[in-house]
Design a binder for this molecule. Structure first.
Ligand code: PMT
Length: 395
């Protein structure tokens, strides 16, 4: 998503300046060209040599070395990110003060501007800093909120620069066209866990990667996203409302309670088809386990598909082998508008992988099925292609 983009990284005088090197490397790994501007004070924390090695280009620091560096750098950039951004630099940007290369470049730049503040918590809470930030945000700047933690001074509070992942996510969001704005997408992700007794449960191998990738991509494209998630180890995507559930019936209630406002529903979750008929209140004996009776869980996708007023409804069909006709049957039996066939035994596909290989199946007006094969791609790219297909179908 950052391939071919030019990112201008401003580094100011904070102890978090060293993290800028990792940020620059990661942006370049993602295919971006990165140029950096360092303030004089930032050089107390990190050397221009480290930054220029990370960028693969000399670092701009002095306006008078190259007379038009404050014009050329910003003019070529798609995104301008200041990480870390001190209270001083934020004050200068908000006040229009242009007394060095960074602050002058800010006034020249037209485009997505991202700020990742880092400072003592008292400074971050100060009304003047809050006012300056509010003023910049009202003009379109994007804030990557600092985190709570132990600060350089040893105090605990909100002021630690956000992680590199969060900053990169904000940059990607800035360059992504907002073709889903006005949409509410409800996504299910991960496995469900069906308890047997207080100690044991049964579940499956879903990691949640497919659903979380969908949520990130939909959010970047401007949708309001609700992610109903079974137990996973993945952290909540930025700006997404995550509803955590454990069992299939909890997932059913969470989905049905929120479906009214959804315009698109995407069910990537590997919902258990069965739960224990009678959950034990104490650890069951091994002999009892062998005699467990199972009940069917509610079919969430089918329940959404049966609603008289329903969102555009997408299901995933996890199959072992090239059994695409089973996925086609699920499209009909579950009342979905689209089903994504996922052979979970294919190389690089299915559970726990970062990539997937799927076929998008929709129904034509004459009741035949239309199939679109997507080759092995990162789960975010798969999500993006499915969203393109949803948009095309609804047009
Ligand atoms: O989470 P990852 O590790 O990234 O793995 C991704 C994935 C393999 C889980 C995902 O790509 C996938 O294929 N999800 C569908 C898993 C599944 O349960 O398939 P199914 O064929 O059993 O179910 C068909 C559809 O009905 C699915 O949309 C499922 O969410 C839904 N369903 C199933 C049972 C049930 N009780 N309620 C449901 O809503």
């Amino acid at each position: 998503m950052l391939k071919g983009k030019t990112i201008l990284v401003g580094i100011t005088g904070s102890v978090a300046a060293y993290k800028a090197v990792d940020l620059i490397r990661r942006l370049r790994d993602a295919g971006a060209t990165v140029k950096a501007i360092m303030t004089d004070k930032s050089k107390n924390f990190i050397t221009p040599l480290s930054v220029s090695l990370a960028c693969g280009a000399p670092v701009a620091a002095d306006m008078f070395e190259e007379p038009f560096s404050h014009i050329d750098g910003p003019a070529q950039a798609d995104v301008f990110v200041v990480a870390p951004a001190t209270a001083n630099s934020i004050g200068k940007f908000a006040g229009g003060i242009a007394d060095d290369l960074l602050s002058t470049s800010f006034l020249v730049f037209r485009g997505g501007f991202v700020l990742a503040p880092a400072m003592n918590w008292r400074m971050y809470e100060h009304p003047v800093v809050k006012k300056n930030l509010a003023s910049l945000l009202s003009q379109g700047a994007v804030l990557v909120e600092p985190q709570r933690g132990t600060l350089a001074c040893g105090e605990e509070g909100v002021g630690k620069m956000a992680g590199v992942d969060a900053i990169i996510e904000a940059i990607i969001a800035v360059v992504t066209p907002k073709d889903l704005s006005g949409e509410h997408i409800l996504i299910t992700a991960g496995p469900t866990r069906e308890p047997i007794d207080p100690v044991r449960f049964f579940s499956n191998r879903s990691s949640g990667k497919m659903g979380y990738a969908f949520a990130r991509v939909a959010r970047r494209r401007g949708a309001v996203v609700t992610l109903v998630s079974g137990p996973t180890a993945i952290s909540a995507p930025e700006g997404v409302d995550v509803v955590r559930v454990e069992t299939a019936s909890e997932m059913y209630s969470a989905v049905m309670g929120r479906i009214d406002t959804a315009s698109i529903a995407v069910m990537t979750a590997a919902v258990s088809d069965f739960c224990v008929a009678e959950q034990r209140s104490e650890k069951a004996d091994k002999a009892d386990i062998a005699l467990l009776k199972l009940d069917r869980t509610p079919d969430i996708l089918a329940a959404v598909g049966a609603l008289s007023r329903r969102p555009f409804t997408v299901g995933f069909a996890a199959e072992t082998g090239a059994r695409i006709e089973r996925a086609e049957r699920k499209l009909i039996s579950k009342g979905a508008d689209m089903i994504v066939f996922n052979d979970v035994l294919a190389e690089g596909a299915g559970f726990e992988t970062d990539t997937n290989v799927v076929t998008i199946i929709t129904r034509n007006a004459d009741a035949t099925c239309q199939k679109e094969y997507l080759p092995l791609s990162h789960k975010e790219a798969v999500a993006s292609a499915i969203i393109d297909s949803i948009i095309a179908r609804r047009a």
